[in-house]
Unconditional design. Sequence first.
Length: 261
Amino acid sequence: MQEENILIQAGLSEEQAQAYQALLDKGPQRASDLSKWTGIKRGLIYKVLEQLESMSLISKKGGPGTVATFSPSHPSLLLSNVERKEKEIALTKEILSSSIGTLSSKFNLITGKPNVQFFEGKEGVEKVLEDTLNSKDEVLTYLDIEIVEKYFKDINDEYVKKREKRGLKKRILAIENDFSIELFKKWSKNDSDFFKVTNLKMVKTPIENIEGAIQIYENKIGIITISNENLISIIIEDIRINKLFRSMFEALYLVSPIFVP
């Protein structure tokens, strides 16, 4: 019974596990004998054997006019089947991940509810930044560049390269301080491509330690912030929330000076 449970955990149905186990225990059998040994009805046993044969777990011998006998294949094929299913699941997961945004948008449209995704760590930062790369329109960004350089410089550097390569336009409102001014001066000398796809303005704020960044794109908002040295990332998909953040960004952008190296 324990071995039968293992077979079921390996992906076989209860009837498939019973039939395969019986063949391992008793050797090659006719379908009628298997039906007696397992208690599986005769009409069903043929279907079960066909399924096992299609999985290469059994083989059939016997030509026209003879009674066929069924033999078990080596159990190692069970592992191969599990590995194949894992690959199929991984592929399905990948396809679903690429489509989940479109499906979520349709769901949000009929329910009127925003879709919120929450992430932690650097993987979450990558998800937010990678998602903006799919934007068909320019991306608006409000950020504290010092925090970006301190906590996920490697990820942002790679993101900037991808954005430059794709020619994805971005307007940035960067918190003005000594660090940001010196950094963008350095970038203006070393990475002219950055400013070909980026319009940069500086904004002063009396609030210290902003510790975060906001990405505004299409009908989404991407937020990256720091909590007790831990990176927290959120993607909010909602046209009304996007419009609210977009209006605040545009109001600030209008009155902020263009960055001059």
